[in-house]
Write a protein that binds this ligand. Sequence first.
Ligand code: BG6
Length: 488
Amino acid sequence: MESMTFVLFGATGDLAKRKIYPALYNLYADGKLPESFSVIGLGRREIEDETFRGNVEQSIRQFSRRSPADREDLNAFLSSFRYHPLNVSNPEDYRKLLEVVQARETELRLPDNRLFYLSVAPEFFEIIARQIQESGLGATRGWKRLIIEKPFGHDLATARSLNENLSRAFEEDEIYRIDHYLGKTMVQNLETLVLANPVIQAVWNKEHISNVQITASETVGVEERAAYYDQSGAIRDMFQNHLLQVLMMTAMRRPSQITAKNIREEKRKIIEALRPVAKESAGLSVVRGQYAAGEMGGKSVPGYLDEPGIGAESKNDTFVAARLWIDHPDWEGVPFYLRTGKRMAAKSTRIVVEFKNPTEDLYSAKNEKTSPNLLIIEINPNEKISFLFNGKNSRSDGLIEPVEMNFRADQSELPEAYERLISDALDGDSTFFAHWNEVELAWQWVQPVLEAFEEGLLPLHSYAAGSNGPAASDKLLKEQGHEWRLDP
Ligand code: BG6
C-alpha cells in the first residue's frame, strides 16, 4: 500500500470520533495501513497537537474493535497525527495547510498522495473542494482522492449542482461517495452469494422469485438530530441512498468478470431500469408515515411531534415503504418492496427473497400446504444468511414444516463498514462506493415522490411507536397477494 497523507476535515466531529479514528486504528493494528503515513486533522477550533492526540486516543479506547497492545503501540500510531485549525472559507488557512502537509511529506519522506476526507456538514462540501484546488493542495504528482459523506444533495437539482462543482476539482474516479451500507459485511457478501454460487444464480430471476423485500427498521427515534432529520425524512435519510443501493446490489445481473467498473455498470443498469413513478400517482406505490406515541420495551415513548426540536406541525416522514418494478427482462413481474422507519418494533436490516411456490397444493389430498422457500439475508444487527425450506417433522406426525438452514459469520472479529471503506479508498478500489450515475438515477426516481410529498399529494399515515409501521404499508403488499415476512 502506498504511503499517503490523510487530510480530515471535521476532525473534532462526532463521526471522526465514533467511526473514523477507530477505523484507522483497526486498520493500523491489522497491518493494513502503509508503513508511514500522516494524518492532518482540521477543525474550526484552536487546539494543540497533544490535545488532539489525546482526543483520538480516547475515541480509540471507547469505540475501537481492537484495543491497543500497549502504550508504545498507541504512541507509534498517534505520532502520525497533527492538528491544524482551519476556517473552511478562508483561502489563507488552506495555504498554511499546504505548508503543513508538505512539511510532513518532507519529514516522513512521503510521496504526495493525498486523501481528503470531508466529514463536515454538506453546505461546506463545495467550498472545500474549490479551496483544495485553488490552494494547490490538489496539485499532486501522486494521487489525490476525495471521500465524501452523505447527504449527496437534497434533491435531484442540488445533487447535480454539487456534482458539477466537485468535478471542477476532482475527476469522477477520484471521488469516493460513502454509503456505509455498501461497507456492511452482508451487503458485500451479496455479490458473492449471488454471483459465485451457480445454484443461487440459476434461480435469481423472475422464473423463480416471487418478490423481494428490503427492510431497514430502527427502534431509535429522531435522537438529537432534529434539525437535520426534520428536513430530510426517511426518504432522503435512508431510502434514496441505502435502500436503493441495497436494491441495486440485490438485483444486479452477472457481469463477465468481477471488477469495480463492471459491478457499477451492472448496478447502473438496474437503477436505470426502475420504472418511474409519476408525481400524481405516487400514492399507488409509496406509503409515508410518521410515528405517534407508543410503547417500546414496556416504556412509553413520545410521538415524533413531541420530540425536542420538532415543530408541532411537522409533516416530515419517519417511515416510507414503496413497491418498485424493474423493467428488465429478468425481473418482469417481480415486485421489490422497500421500507424503512424509525421507532419500529425491531432493529432489523434484512433482505427477504420469497420464491414462487408451485408445490403449495401438492399435498392438498393430505390437507397440507407447503410454504414458499425464503432466502433471508440479515444485514444488521446479526450478519446471517438463512434458507427456509419445507421438511417433514417426524415429531409431529410427519407434517410438513418450514425448516431453517443457517450460515452465520463469526461476529467477533468482523471489521466495521468504515474500516473496509477507508481501506478500499486508500487502495483506490471504488467497487463499494456510489458512482455519480447511481446517485443521480436514484434521485431521479425519488424526485417525483419528493414533489408529491411537498404538494401534499400523499397522505401521511400515523403509526404507533413500537409497531411495524402504518397499515397502508401492509396493504401495498396485499394488493399483489404478498405480506411482509418475519415481522416481530
Ligand atoms: C444513517 C442515517 O445513514 O444510517 C441514520 O442517517 C440511521 O438515521 C443510520 O440511523 C442507520 O445505520 P445502521 O448502520 O445502524 O443501519
